[in-house]
Design a protein around this ligand. Structure first.
Ligand code: MTE
Ligand code: MO
Length: 251
């Protein structure tokens, strides 16, 4: 076969191939559009179409089991902590709050609530933590917090049966902001019931009198102004999970 002949054959084939390629392209495009529409017709679970939620849950289980439970978040010297700590999110922090009547409510089981005052919490061994606080909105700050390790608190108040369960649920006094935390993260040595920021009492807008600081998680889980803590083997409701975010939000 000489050179000229080869070119002629190729041009004919080329046109056919172009038509086939284009047809295949259109068919695949139509299939993709169809699949996309079908996906969005699916029932939603926590604001996400069910098939996508299934994959997200599988990913969450994988990472929560294998990665984030035992590692320590990097800590920093106190001198690196910022003085102007950002205030972000005020759901559940409304002015209807009366600090003088506040007690932490630990719901040991339905109908059996333990009440603990701020002074009693302050009497427990204190832990300070300086770490890089990360918000899913894309900012982070090295900040300094003080309080009692939740694991120390649980030991002191004999919450053994409770901490055998899979989750803790924390809710603001007015019930408007709430988080669910897997127990390994709750019992993590850096997780504190926090009543100090930069060595001073927690400011009102930062969660006075008591907030959660949980360095192995994104900011959304650091609930400000704890009203109640409860325990369960099912996932407690979670404010940002209900808006479609990752349930564990681990780092
Ligand atoms: N009660 C309550 N706690 C909350 C929030 C909120 O809106 N309400 N926002 C969360 C989010 S998204 C972040 S990033 C941190 C911010 O904590 P800060 O205001 O002390 O910086 O608080 C978390 N805890
Ligand atoms: Mo956040």
């Amino acid at each position: 076969m000489d050179y000229k002949e080869e070119i002629l054959v190729s041009e004919k084939k080329l046109r056919n191939k172009t038509i086939i390629s284009f047809t295949v392209f259109i068919l695949l495009l139509a299939a993709a559009v169809f699949a996309w529409q079908k996906l969005h017709e699916q029932p939603k679970v926590a604001d996400v179409p069910k098939p996508l939620r299934t994959v997200l849950n599988a990913n969450e289980n994988f990472f929560s089991n294998f990665l984030s439970n035992n590692h320590l978040a990097k800590s920093f010297p106190v001198s690196q902590a910022v003085k102007n700590v950002r205030v972000n999110g005020n759901v559940g922090m409304e002015a209807d709050f009366d600090p003088s009547t506040w007690k932490l409510q630990v719901i040991r089981k339905p109908g059996d609530t333990l009440f603990v005052t701020l002074d009693e919490i302050k009497a427990l061994p204190k832990t300070d933590i300086v770490f890089d606080f990360k918000c899913i909105e894309g900012w982070s700050q090295v900040t300094h917090w003080g309080g009692v390790k939740f694991s120390d608190f649980a030991a002191k108040y004999n919450l053994n049966a409770q901490t055998q369960m899979k989750y803790a649920g924390l809710v603001t006094p007015n019930k408007k902001y709430y988080v669910g935390i897997d127990m390994p993260s709750m019992m993590h040595p850096q997780t504190i019931l926090c009543y100090e920021m930069n060595g001073k009492p927690l400011p009102m807008n930062q969660g006075y009198p008591l907030r959660l600081i949980i360095p192995v998680k994104y900011g959304i889980k650091h609930l400000k102004r704890i009203g109640t803590i409860s325990f369960s083997n099912e996932r407690p409701p979670d404010y940002w999970y209900n808006q479609g975010y990752d349930y564990y939000s681990g780092l």
